[in-house]
Each structure stands twice: as C-alpha cells, then as structure tokens.
Design a protein. Structure first.
Length: 127
C-alpha cells in the first residue's frame, strides 16, 4: 500500500502540498512518484525569489530510470529550497513527505483546495 498522508493535498501530476502555520506551503513529490521513478540521483530546483504560475514546470527530478518535470501546484514565490537534496537526493526516495520536500513557496492567493486532491481522491487517481 502506497503511503498517502491525509493532512496533505495532491495533484494529478504527483506533487504534494503541505500548508504550514505561517501561510507558506512545502511542496514535494509523492511516494507513488518516487517509487515509479526509482533511485533519485539529482533534483533541479528553482532559485529563491522565482515566481511560478500554477501548472508551470519549476524543476526536474532525475533518477536512474528517467527525468521527470516538477509542476507547480499553486501560483507563488519560492522562498526556500531544500538544500540537503543537493548532497542527498535519495531523501526523496527514503522520506518523500518530510526530509524529501523540495521547495517552500509563499502562495500568491489563498489556496483553493477544491483544485487539489485530498488523500482519498489521490488514492483513487493512482488506483
């Protein structure tokens, strides 16, 4: 059974979003996505201060099997990147929802959770 934490929101492109108490959002890829990719060897992340529209490509995850684009689930500004992934990209595999987060953003608008999937909907999506 694929791990799908209930407190997160998801996209059909297999990104997860965690709303933090300060209004920022952490973004990473799901357990299903990292499992499909295989051993992650590199994560290309954007620069702090870059602004992305919802749906735009914000980075790339490379693995032994493939390279996969990362899609911004919300419009917002990147305020932090997970620097630890530069030296330890395998954290995306071993801990996709905690140590393997990729970017922190400041959303431009309030988050419309109706445009995102909850855990149950995401579980149905990946079947």
């Amino acid at each position: 059974m694929t791990e799908i934490p209930s407190e997160l929101f998801y996209t059909k492109e297999h990104e997860w979003i965690r709303q933090e108490s300060d209004g920022s959002c952490l973004i990473g890829i799901t357990n299903h996505a990292q499992d499909s990719l295989g051993d992650v060897t590199f994560v290309e992340m954007p620069a702090v201060g870059q602004v992305f529209e919802k749906g735009a490509v914000f980075g790339v995850v490379e693995s032994v099997k493939a390279a996969s684009d990362l899609y911004m689930p919300l419009t917002g500004e990147v305020t932090e990147t997970n620097e630890e992934l530069n030296d330890s990209p395998e954290q995306v595999n071993s801990d996709p929802y905690t140590g393997g987060w990729m970017i922190r953003i400041k959303p431009s608008d309030s988050i419309n959770t109706k445009e995102l999937l909850d855990a149950e909907s995401y579980a149905s999506e990946i079947g």
